[in-house]
Design a binder for this molecule. Structure first.
Ligand SMILES: [Zn+2]
Length: 140
């Protein structure tokens, strides 16, 4: 998929508007990278998604896939609530990748609309330019 890191993140957000509206995406901070050095992304219950950009770029991951994955976790919490989600994960399996919520997020990466090409997505770069224009206008 062509496009910048930011446009790929924006595309994943466009694909999941409900989850995107309830979250914000930023770079992982130093503490998150220290605690979770192998994680491409992290999701916090208060709706923050952190992306490990150096790791994503070095490992050739698609930042849109990582964002889509974390947005699925946002949706899981919207659907089930934080504590039930956590309990279900802890009771399901000790192996992280085998947990149902993790399986759902991994499956969503593979079946993203942008990958299937079955819905026409707006140009994320145009949306970013539009949002920037709005911010500039608002600032006056
Ligand atoms: Zn996950």
């Amino acid at each position: 998929m062509p496009g910048s890191f930011e446009s790929k993140v924006a595309t994943a957000q466009i694909e999941r508007p409900r989850e995107a509206a309830a979250s914000s995406v930023r770079s992982m901070n130093a503490l998150e990278r220290l605690l979770l050095p192998q994680a491409a992304g992290v999701f916090w219950p208060w709706g923050r998604i952190g992306l490990n950009r150096p790791l994503i770029e070095q490992s050739g991951l698609d930042p849109g896939d990582v964002t889509a994955h974390e947005l699925v976790h946002v949706g899981q919490q919207q659907r089930e609530g934080f504590v039930p989600t956590l309990l279900r994960d802890l009771l399901a399996s000790r192996e992280y990748l085998a947990r149902p919520h993790e399986q759902e997020a991994l499956e969503a990466e593979v079946t993203r609309p942008v990958r299937r090409g079955d819905i026409p997505l707006p140009d994320p770069n145009a949306l970013i330019r539009g949002a920037l224009r709005k911010q500039v206008t608002r600032g006056r």
